[in-house]
Design a protein around this ligand. Sequence first.
Ligand code: 6PG
Length: 471
Amino acid sequence: MMDSQYDFGMIGLGVMGSNLLLNMADHGFATIGFDLDDDKCVLLEANARPGTIVKGVNSLSTMVQALKIPRKILLLVPAGKPVDDVIESLLPLIEEGDIVIDGGNSFYLDTMRRVSYLDSRGIHFMGMGISGGEQGARLGASMMPGGNQQAFEAVKPMLEAVAAKSDGVPCFAYMGYGAAGHFVKMVHNGIEYAMMQIICEAYDILKRGGGYTNDELQLLFSKWNEGQLQSFLIEITASVFKNKDAETNEYLVDLILDKAGSKGTGKWTSQEALNLPVAIPSIDAAVAARIISGYKKERQKAAEIYQTQVAKIIISKESLAEAVEEALTFSFIIAYAQGLSMIAKASIELNMNIHLPAVIQVWKAGCIIRSGLLVHFAKVYEANNTLANLLLSTDIAALLKQYENNTRLVLTAAIGAKIPVAGFMSTLAYFDSYCSERLPTNLLQAQRDYFGAHTYQRIDKDGIFHSEWQE
Ligand code: 6PG
């Protein structure tokens, strides 16, 4: 191919970068990727389908020169310093009007800084959340771009082509100004943390409390995936229970150490929620649960000291499964509600102008938190796209009311059996607090005023009051 003939450039030919590029090439775009590692360049070209235009180069300037103007370049490199380093090496090579997209899991405040830095050089920098892992990148990912709207329109044809589709509609849409794309992806990951934690607690209740075997769990989760819980996370969980270790022939899940890793996006969601502020306790609980899982040695000691024993739950297996299914549905809805309420608040506070129906559309397929429940949320936000919280929708309320009793039943049983269910409990406590007209915060205000003269308001008259509490 001649110089300046490529439609799209990729920096970083790891699994995600190369798969996205191959996917784009399958849709008729001429693509070129850069990676210092020659093997990755060779592998990229080797994996290209016949008739598609895919080139791998180990020189950044060669790639940049080969791109049509305005250049469209996607970065898929690890978040943090590598993104800044790539930007610095790109700057002498690109020109005003070029578009640089960061498709990694970058922290949205870094993205804001990069947007204004590159804006001052006339370069459009966009932060784009991408979800779906390797398979998504190759077959259809969920993509959450934000930033300059004109730049968005310029890259739309290529990215829309590689997006997952839900009922034929691409899961690629403009999220909003500045770092909106990375903000939405951060919250997506926070919801992902909450859903995963809640699923793990359901597993614990069923396995240790209800005596379910891995085979039974596999069947149960598969059945759930056909109903109201239909979702990517339930689907892969069912499949996890099938896997056996080749070496020992044991179930692989039983051989995995109960200590979770994390890359920080869940933690950022909690931290930023506190800053806004907005309450997302299900996500906080999921972050904390991963941290506690890391205390393996301390947990072993404590289990010995307290002689912790999980009791069997005295409910028939079938009734327990039915109740857990409803508790999961209830809790999934509330985890989404918390995340979406955070986006709604941040959209205003951080001036990002995020359109919630677009967020729901993008999450409907391709991403980790895709689920059948999003169809209900789409209807809610289509009717009122500025709704502060999903819980305020009467349609969502009808669903939650349907599942509330069984949620309480499952949690009561789990607490009695000594099964840790922090994700579920935070979710229910959020629901109970959010739906309480009156909270005991009157007493808290009295305490604050007592020791710190922090003042309080009254329910019977306007104004700010302080009392001398001590006689
Ligand atoms: C996705 C995932 C993906 C990933 C994160 C979170 O949407 O494809 O969210 O981004 O799983 O890296 O990983 P941790 O669990 O390691 O924080």
